[in-house]
Design a protein around this ligand. Sequence first.
Ligand SMILES: Cc1cc2nc3c(=O)[nH]c(=O)nc-3n(C[C@H](O)[C@H](O)[C@H](O)COP(=O)(O)O)c2cc1C
Length: 154
Amino acid sequence: MKALVVFYSKTGNTKEIAVNISEVLNCDIEEIFDAKPKGFFKSAFESLFKIMPKIKQTEINPKNYDMVIIGTPVWAGNMASPVRTYLFQNNEKINNAAFFCTMKGNDDKKVFLEMERVCESNPTACLSLTEQEIKQEKHIKKVKKFINKINKKS
Ligand SMILES: Cc1cc2nc3c(=O)[nH]c(=O)nc-3n(C[C@H](O)[C@H](O)[C@H](O)COP(=O)(O)O)c2cc1C
């Protein structure tokens, strides 16, 4: 199975998990960058009101992959706005998807629902991690389970 990890990360948590997943799967990885990085309130506003900011042109075509694993931080109970832009730009090129998010609390409910809706495909696996789990390294078991589900798809 040819997999691609795509993620956005502002403060490094989602990036840490994305890099970890791509290393275990030995697969390609692409980071999404906001064309104009914003502060906390503007970011939260964009996410809450489903605004799609401009992102830097991505380089990898997800169409060339069997599985696209998409990672986002939770912002205002939603996916981060640059990830929304990426999904709207690429939804037709995503064959199979898996989603993961990192967050402070437990606000992941709406995130995966919207990602699923935009991708128009049922995710093979979903993974939610809190900052605390990552800091205390309690996320490792959950990440393994997530990767196992993805591997089973192949
Ligand atoms: C603009 C903004 C809004 C956030 N909103 C939430 C939220 O609604 N719920 C939550 O649990 N965490 C929220 N957080 C915390 C992040 O989801 C959490 O720190 C995440 O791990 C950050 O990922 P990153 O380090 O990859 O950027 C928010 C953070 C930012 C910057």
